[in-house]
Design a protein around this ligand. Structure first.
Ligand code: BG6
Length: 403
């Protein structure tokens, strides 16, 4: 064997992308088959979904833990491998003009959008069972939210960072009743629609989807993180299939200046925005107000738009390359620890349970649109609106400084 020939200890890394019910028996058989006996390390990298709800995730975890220790398990959430998600920490903690404002005194709301133009493609069988909440909400969106909301870790070590992330998940205000779920969460399913002049089928007409399916292909929610930093700040999250734009963006909307004094008296000032563009465009967009040159007192929004992915020669590794490399090096920072997974399921389960009990609240939206209008009302109730993604429709922003 090569290991004997080169005198290497026989480190083993196993990567499982399987139906979750098989993770346990595969782990067991890896051990039974003598695959874990070398004197080197053993690591198990597992794809999502990690269970279907808290109960099934617990069972799965127990089975795997009979073979692997927690520190040997690397649960993949590929969003954590994305360049700009990892950049959130740097943007927050390396810039004097963001971190001091990063709290409920200065931030009005935070919006997280994970939009996809694709439908369910050939994954109808899996997706119809999972839906948007489990497919994107329990993992990618909540993980992004933890990166935005967490406290600075005491050290830049995997366990310290994950300790801070899990505290955010534990601080999510649980919806106390099905009524609260209805007030704060909107779910929708796409119907037939148009995208770039092309007719798209309804979700219920997709391959391997139940023609009477009530599975959501979209959801939006208003979430509160009940801790000192974030008390009272709504986090609006949304994701959907067959939306008009493929995008992942975080918009931080700052509170406005006083309206009764100085410029605020005469002008309708736009709020300052910090937009972190994650995917597929990578970059940072900052919107500020400035005087229109040459005018006496006209104020216009100014966008500083840095497109990192537009830069020629950039060599940002793909999320999976980065994560598999991290696992091989034994760095679990950007993998989800069991307490994160279980806290996320506890939050999501309440929503799923309320939906199960009341199937009537499924809204619809034409494929190629921005989702059900009910999702706009979630924000409108508090005087906010979804900011356009990728700077689209921001026609009033007249000057752009592009990277
Ligand atoms: C996966 C979901 O985890 O993420 C898919 O199962 C989704 O439904 C995909 O399409 C989106 O990933 P990305 O990196 O293309 O935004």
């Amino acid at each position: 064997m090569l290991e004997e020939k080169f005198h290497i200890p026989g480190n083993r890394m196993f990567y499982l992308a399987l139906a979750p019910e098989l993770f346990g028996s595969v782990s067991f058989n890896l051990k039974a088959g003598g695959m874990l006996q070398g004197s080197g390390w053993n690591r198990l990298v597992i794809e999502k979904p990690f269970g279907y709800n808290l109960e099934s995730a617990e069972q799965l975890n127990e089975q795997i833990r009979q073979v692997f220790k927690e520190e040997e398990i690397y649960r993949i959430d590929h969003y954590l491998g994305k360049e700009m998600v990892q950049n959130i920490e740097v943007i927050r903690f390396a810039n004097a003009f963001f971190e001091p404002l990063w709290n409920n005194k200065h931030i009005a709301n935070i919006q997280i959008t994970l939009g996809e133009t694709v439908g369910v493609e050939e994954r109808g069988g899996y997706y119809d069972h999972a839906g948007a909440l489990r497919d994107m909400g329990q993992n990618h969106i909540l993980q992004l939210l933890t990166m935005i909301a967490m406290e600075p870790p005491s050290r830049l070590l995997a366990e310290d960072i994950r300790d801070e992330k899990v505290k955010v998940l534990r601080s999510l205000r649980p919806y106390a009743s099905p009524e609260e779920v209805r007030e704060n969460v909107v779910r929708g399913q796409y119907t037939q629609g148009l995208y770039k002049g092309k007719s798209l089928p309804a979700y219920r007409q997709e391959d391997k989807v139940d023609p009477e399916s009530n599975t959501e292909t979209y959801f939006a929610a208003r979430i509160f993180v009940d801790n000192f930093r974030w008390a009272g700040v709504p986090f609006y999250i949304r994701t959907g299939k067959r939306l008009p734009v493929k995008t992942t963006e975080v918009v931080v909307e700052f509170k406005g200046m006083p309206t009764n004094v100085y410029l605020g008296q005469k002008h309708n000032l736009e709020p300052n925005l910090l937009v972190i563009r994650v995917n597929p465009m990578e970059g940072i967009y900052v919107k500020i107000n400035a005087k229109k040159p040459g005018s006496e007192s006209e104020i216009q929004p100014l966008a500083m738009d840095f497109c990192q992915s537009c830069m020629v020669g950039i060599n940002s590794p793909e999320a999976y390359e980065r994560l598999l490399h991290d696992a091989a090096r034994g760095d679990s920072t950007y993998f989800t620890r069991w307490d994160e997974v279980s806290s996320a399921w506890s939050f999501v389960d309440r929503v799923a349970k309320a939906w199960k009990e009341e199937s009537s609240d499924l809204a619809s939206y034409p494929a190629g649109s921005w989702g059900p209008v009910e999702a706009d009302q979630l924000l409108a109730q508090e005087g906010f609106h979804w900011w356009p993604v990728n700077g689209q429709e921001e026609d009033n922003v007249v000057w752009r400084v592009n990277g």
